[in-house]
Design a protein around this ligand. Structure first.
Ligand code: ATP
Ligand code: MG
Length: 754
């Protein structure tokens, strides 16, 4: 209706509006960071819905699960009515999974296929290497081989093609044998890896285009980082009507190392000559000073076409570039600065407003203890994800086995967790024997303990007893699941609790995994809560599944508890691609600070952004071969900031193994640029007028002058309006111990409140 449309277009600029209502068949919106691409894409979806298009006929691909959640929330605000819940929205991987779950049988996929996450695939490869005693020359460890296979798959090079090429050059190496065996092992365990999800979906849609014949519109965010497979998927999704909208920014392509194909932008214009290109030029995100610095960096890429970008905000505070004696001191400086800002800016910022963006997960190691020490709640979006946690993963594997005991991958991982008097040799022996006999491990051990066959694997008498126990636990839990199913119950919690009880899991976690200060058992409980919520939502009809295209929005397939559990486990595997659901924001009124890798921060924004570790070797990374991509990575990091940006680097590193000190230098991109006049070396001056400026940049209600004065008074720092740090970095930062913060009133204040 008109009313909806007004609301949808409200606050957009001319070109954005044009893009939202455009009836162009194929639309590319190419624009710099913060210009409102994602907002425009979201509004376009809302607009289509307001024009009566059915949500189940629209596919929206976002880069992360989090982004699709946010998009749904915004659409709900614009047009409401719960329509957003029936959109086919998610990452390419999750959309592909939905199609495969629903139609995979058409291409011969087993109904309950599992998803092998990065850890799983690595285990499979290690095992192949070991079993066949392949030499892993050239430093080709399992991780390396895994990413080589993944790159080949992303470029759609199947194992047969690869081997055919090798044969031509008479050079069949161990790698191709491993690749071949890997594909076989996945297949026999009914597993798909992440690349397979996309490839198999391609197969499905090529052979059965009817699956997507209802699709009227396809929209894609962050298009610059799609790979060849995703491009083909896009074409197939849209095959019926050819209505496609993509948004992207070539300057932000940072996944070349994972076979993202920047050429997709041009290919798209060739495949669809009717493509209309729109450019957005105003930046609504960042203070002009931040924008100026970021441009200084990206413009060093001389091959890049010059493009306009106009700030809409005032200059604001100059970004800070800080040199510190060590990573340790750097972390301390960051934490201190955060606490200072909190004291000075009162309620304007919560911890939700801060992000620390890092090049690699290892940089978080210096930060975490410091944040813990000051009780700053944080969420780490890097490294170990929630579902990959040492105490969480076995629970998922147990549940996988309960759902499908023939899932040998999962079974092999948990059959000796906690230790069941089966040595590593026994487990490996079982895996090898099952493989040799061509049966699942489950079948093998059941026959073995019944005496129907004699184990070749070295199993001791106590080991055999514990196998019996294991089988009983799994069977009993399966019985429970079945009876819940018969009585149409959806509560999964008692079943998981029963299982963990029998396994003695809590004891195991507390005895063998616990370190002081860690709350591992709580993570397990958190997992139970999540599984329960998930199954209940499903039972309540809040299904994240592919909507039935022919129904008019009301019919929802009935879910049994087993189906619900299966979906939960599949989601858990996919969640490890991107982010963790840890640290529930609503539980902490102060909010939660984010530590994220730069790669995972794409598309997001925060009022205050820290980018530590800006030294050569980290950015550009010593292992990266693509300097331009590394530069774009820094550009992405810098352009996440709205009001304040802090770059820093340690001038001395310590080798973690040898303990030797090593000099480090400012990242070449910063060193070679002409940034000095644009930067503030000492830290931003926070004066009362700045607070008003910040709130404008952040699009928040501006406090009155009196309120600002109140904040300053309350902070106890009003005498330090013009707060300046010492120039001598070693004076305060180099020698820090945990007690250092006690000297500083801001931290004390925060601690006493916490
Ligand atoms: P990125 O390239 O980093 O993904 P983007 O182009 O997708 O950035 P958005 O995230 O959509 O940019 O928008 C950046 C910020 O600017 C958001 O806070 C958004 O709400 C705001 N914004 C977008 N368009 C306008 C507008 N016309 N007026 C005011 N604010 C806007
Ligand atoms: Mg965006």
């Amino acid at each position: 209706s008109d009313l909806d449309v007004d609301l949808i277009l409200d606050g957009l600029n001319r070109v954005q509006r044009e893009a939202v209502v455009s009836d162009a068949e194929v639309l590319q919106i190419l624009a710099p960071p913060g210009s409102g691409k994602t907002r425009t894409l979201t509004s376009r979806v809302a607009y289509m819905l307001s024009q009566g298009m059915r949500p189940s006929n629209i596919i929206v691909a976002t880069f992360t699960n989090k982004a699709s959640k946010e998009m749904k929330e915004r659409i709900s605000k614009m047009i409401g009515g719960g329509l957003e819940n029936r959109l086919i929205i998610g990452t390419f991987h999750s959309i592909a999974t939905k199609y495969l779950r629903k139609y995979g049988h058409l291409i011969g996929l087993p109904k309950e296929f599992g998803i092998a996450d990065t850890g799983d695939t690595q285990t499979i490869i290690s095992r192949i290497i070991k079993r066949n005693k392949y030499s892993t020359v050239d430093g080709n460890d399992a991780g390396n081989i895994r990413s080589r296979i993944s790159t080949l798959k992303a470029k759609m090079k199947s194992v047969d093609e690869y081997i055919a090429e090798q044969k031509k050059s008479n050079n069949i190496d161990d790698f191709s044998k491993i690749y071949e065996q890997y594909e076989k092992d996945l297949k026999s365990s009914h597993l798909l890896d992440f690349d397979d999800l996309l490839l198999r979906c391609l197969d499905l849609l090529r052979d059965h285009p009817l699956c997507v014949s209802n699709i009227e519109s396809v929209l894609i965010d962050e298009f610059q980082d799609t790979n060849l497979v995703q491009f083909d998927l896009m074409c197939l999704f849209a095959a019926k009507r050819n209505k496609i909208t993509i948004v992207g920014d070539p300057d932000q392509s940072i996944y070349g190392f994972r076979a993202a194909e920047i050429g997709n932008l041009n290919t798209m214009q060739q495949v669809y000559p009717q493509t209309i290109v729109l450019n957005l030029e105003e930046n609504y995100r960042s203070a002009a000073a931040i924008l100026n610095c970021s441009l200084e960096i990206i413009q060093q890429d001389k091959a890049r076409p010059q493009k306009g970008i106009t700030p809409t905000h005032e200059l604001g505070s100059s970004p800070v570039l800080r040199r510190l004696p060590s990573p340790h001191a750097e972390a301390e400086w960051i934490v201190r600065e955060i606490l200072r800002l909190r004291a000075l800016t009162g309620n304007l910022f919560t911890f939700n407003d801060y992000a620390i963006l890092i090049r690699s997960a290892s940089l978080a190691r210096d930060l975490e203890p410091k944040l813990n020490n000051c009780r700053i709640p944080y969420r780490l979006i890097a490294g170990t994800k929630f579902f990959e946690r040492q105490e969480v993963k076995p629970v998922l594997d147990y549940l996988r086995v309960v759902l499908d005991p023939n899932n040998s991958e999962a079974l092999a991982r948990v059959v000796n967790v906690p230790k069941r008097r089966l040595g590593t040799k026994s487990v490996e022996g079982l895996v090898a024997e099952a493989h040799k006999r061509g049966i699942s491990i489950w079948t093998l051990i059941r026959k073995g303990v019944r005496g129907d066959l004699k184990f070749e694997a070295p199993i001791s008498k106590p080991g055999e007893n514990s196998l019996c126990q294991f089988i009983k636990i799994i069977n009993d839990t399966r019985d429970m699941l079945k009876s819940a199913e018969l009585s149409m119950k959806h509560d999964i919690a008692p079943i998981i609790q029963f299982l963990l009880d029998k396994v003695g899991y809590r004891q195991y976690v507390e005895d063998s995994l616990q370190h002081p200060g860690e709350e591992r058992w709580q993570h397990v409980e958190e997992l139970i809560v999540q599984a329960t919520d998930f199954c209940n939502n499903l039972a309540a009809g809040l299904d994240d599944d592919l909507p039935d295209s022919d129904a008019d929005g009301t019919v929802i397939e009935e879910s049994t508890i087993s189906i619900a559990l299966g979906k939960f486990l599949a989601n858990a595997a996919l969640a490890t691609v991107k982010e963790s659901p840890e640290a529930d924001q609503s539980q902490n009124k102060d909010g939660v600070l984010t530590i994220s890798t730069i790669h995972n921060a794409k598309g997001l924004e925060w009022p205050v952004v820290f980018v530590p570790g800006c030294y050569t070797g980290s950015i550009p990374h010593s292992r990266s071969e693509d300097t331009d991509e590394e530069r774009r990575l820094l550009y992405v990091a810098m352009t996440r900031a709205q009001a304040l940006l802090y770059l820093s680097y340690p001038f001395e590193l310590r080798d973690r193994k040898s303990g030797e000190k090593q000099e480090s230098n400012l990242c070449t991109f910063l060193a070679e640029s002409n940034l000095a006049p644009l930067m503030a070396p000492r830290g931003p001056k926070i004066i009362s007028t700045k607070i008003m400026e910040f709130s404008k940049i952040m699009g928040r209600e501006c406090p009155t002058a009196e309120q600002v004065q109140e904040v300053f008074k309350a902070s106890g720092l009003q005498s330090r309006d013009d707060w300046v740090e010492t120039d001598d970095p070693t004076a305060t930062y180099g020698l820090s111990t945990e007690g250092d913060f006690q000297d500083w009133e801001g931290c004390e204040d925060y601690r006493s409140r916490a």
